[in-house]
Design a protein around this ligand. Sequence first.
Ligand SMILES: Cc1ncc(COP(=O)(O)O)c(C=O)c1O
Length: 398
Amino acid sequence: MEYRFSSRVSQLKSSAVRDILKLTQGKDMISFAGGLPAEEMFPVQAVREAADRVLLAGPSALQYGLTEGYIPLREHLCSRMAVKGMAVTPEEMILTTGSQQAIDLLVGVLTEPGDTILVEKPTYLASLQVFALHGLNVIAADSDENGIIPEVAEELIRKHKPRLLYAVPTFGNPTGRVWSLERRKRMLALCKQYEMLIIEDDPYGDIKFNAKDHFPTLFSLEGAAKDGSVIYTSTFSKTVAPALRTGWAIGDSRVIRMVAKAKQAADLHSSTMDQQILSQLLSHFDLDAHITSISKEYGDRMLEMHGLLQKAALPDLKWVMPKGGMFIWVELPEGLDAEALLRNAVQKGVAFVPGSSFYADNPMRNTARLNYSHNKGERTVQGIARLIEAIGEFTVRS
Ligand SMILES: Cc1ncc(COP(=O)(O)O)c(C=O)c1O
């Protein structure tokens, strides 16, 4: 049988992270590749108690549910959003199967194949896969330590007339960067001026290392969902557990209704059981205290990795210490191809994601993303030692 696949999927590159994760399984491999939270920080006991309460209350969690999501969880999330300056009603919110599905559904309802989308360079790999699957042209604006560069973005907007901006303004993946307030305001104004909608993806905003830091979301700067140009999405994946596959999107109710229509076609609704567990969890568990302790732990792990990189004192190894999130973005010596380095590193028992995966075009090949949330202590020490050895060998050879 010859299987004919659509041109959109045929062109789809499989995720480098998934390929690397396959390579790293079952060996003495230390992986800084996946964006995995620390398993030992999962609130297992609280989730177990929440699941018990859900099932003791009767069979409803095992039934089909609303496409828009379990109402008590939406109400609870609305209160949490309001505290962050993002007051919305449950009709302006939809629960999704992770924020990944929110990105996919939003792109599906807001674009036609052949449309153009503007992103930051570099950007989240799996969002690039979504854009490819929907047949979009992706244009990428350069960014620096303060985020996307508005002047570059404006030039691209004028030339390519994109329909949407996709942005991760706080602790971006892969760079960990935070957009400055000035750039947030400037990009909002630009998108309004050129009538573009913004998908603001914010899975990491809560994981900040200095509790006093405040990085207002684009959505909060705009002020309201109604008639707004920002559709915001976030997730419980990084703050509770990714296996519960629950994210949410908020925005103008007309957009949310359209997303619900698309979601019906995609999967009817996300898991009722997971949503009810989360709803119980939010009622009986101090999620904010939990987020504080994860953030403290990840901050310590980041400092550990940062310290080891510093100690290695390799010339031409550059990175900016992140203020939150899960990744250190490393610039390797000029001319070093991180994909080739990865093959050598994997032989030595350490994995990372080569930076090229995060570029829509013209990748900076001498870049790498290191995750610090998943490993700690001796494993981080060993992993960085192996990585430094691999880089050292490459630098000598070239
Ligand atoms: C920037 C970004 N957006 C979205 C997601 C998807 O998260 P989930 O679908 O688990 O909510 C991730 C996951 O790593 C991410 O890094």
